[in-house]
Ligand binder design. Structure first.
Ligand SMILES: C[S@@+](CC[C@H](N)C(=O)[O-])C[C@H]1O[C@@H](n2cnc3c(N)ncnc32)[C@H](O)[C@@H]1O
Length: 297
């Protein structure tokens, strides 16, 4: 094609104006069961509107960060039983620059990793404690969170090419997204005292195991067994009765189907990324249960 003499033709036509908004936030921790890859399938299943947002198994908070970008004024309440996770969110919300300064003191190196891992979180200032959590999460094996009987983090050093554990732009974006958000340490049942008619609650609990060989009924201190799954289904029902819009993710298993048989159930497809066995990394079906909308698939 020859050169155009029309100056307008040189400009691409439907070019968007440069975006003025601050960059969107995305999870700053890798979390087992993180929902980033499922957002596209889950978004059409959200309620049309709600008053306040509750996420009582917050984990990596993928749905929260995504929704916060679209609804910056949405009042939100996040909670989790993992104290390290909760104090990390609080520090990123309240003192992100101090967290970034503390992260600058870390290096991706095996000896340093084990030295940081051995530090007792309770002895650290909040920003250093948060930086320790972020650093270990981004440089430890597979982004796992695992503690031993005495509560000490015990995930081994992970092999990466160049792990980005000090992502300045995203941590600032997350801090803005968390501004004004309530972040609490506690059991999911807290939400029963808080949520009212018109609010939205998203439950993303530890999943019911899919494998029949998993010892599901065994008592694991702090674990989430069948008893807790039943207690959660009871909470789901109570909230729904109150007029709260409730959505829940879980594995597609007979127990989950039984517990939520009165509600709309949709199937979504997840590919497991945190699985040491490569052969098991295939597509898995999960369900999304809703207290609102029609009966699903
Ligand atoms: C599957 S993860 C959540 C994933 C998260 N929604 C995401 O997108 O990354 C489950 C979370 O539930 C928390 N948890 C386990 N038992 C709990 C309980 N009884 N009450 C509240 N949180 C709990 C765990 O600490 C973990 O962070």
């Amino acid at each position: 094609m020859g050169r155009s003499t029309n100056p307008a033709a040189a400009r691409p036509l439907a070019r968007e104006a440069p975006r003025q908004e601050p960059p969107a936030s995305r999870p700053f921790l890798k979390w087992v069961g993180g929902k980033t890859q499922l957002l596209e399938q889950m978004t059409p299943l959200l309620p049309r509107a709600w008053n306040r947002y509750f996420e009582p198994f917050v984990g990596g908070a993928a749905l929260f960060f995504d929704q916060r970008t679209r609804r910056p004024d949405m009042p939100a309440f996040l909670s989790d039983v993992n104290a390290e996770l909760v104090s990390c969110y609080v520090a990123v919300r309240d003192e992100v620059d101090a967290v970034l300064d503390a992260l600058a003191a870390h290096v991706y190196e095996s000896d340093h990793y084990y030295e940081v891992r051995a530090r007792k979180p309770a002895d650290l200032a909040p920003a250093e404690r948060a930086a320790r959590t972020i650093f270990l999460n981004k440089t430890g094996y597979n982004g796992l969170y695992r503690v031993n009987r005495s509560g000490q983090f015990n995930v081994p050093f992970g092999r990466f090419t160049k792990p980005l554990f000090r992502d300045v732009e995203n941590l600032h974006a997350c801090s803005r997204a968390l501004s004004g958000v309530s972040i609490e340490h506690g059991d999911f049942s807290l939400v029963l005292e808080r949520a009212k008619k018109g609010d939205f609650v998203y439950f993303d609990p530890p999943y019911v195991p899919v494998s029949p060989t998993s010892d599901f009924t065994a008592y694991i201190p702090g674990g989430f067994g069948e008893k807790e799954q039943r207690k959660l289904a009871e909470a789901f029902r109570k909230l729904a009765k109150r007029g709260v819009q409730v959505m829940l993710s879980n594995s597609d298993t007979p127990l989950v189907r039984e517990l939520y048989e009165d509600f709309a159930v949709d199937v979504v497809y997840a590919s497991r990324s945190v699985n040491s066995n490569a052969a098991r990394r295939g597509k898995l079906t999960e369900v999304v249960v809703r207290s609102y909308g029609g009966k699903g698939s």
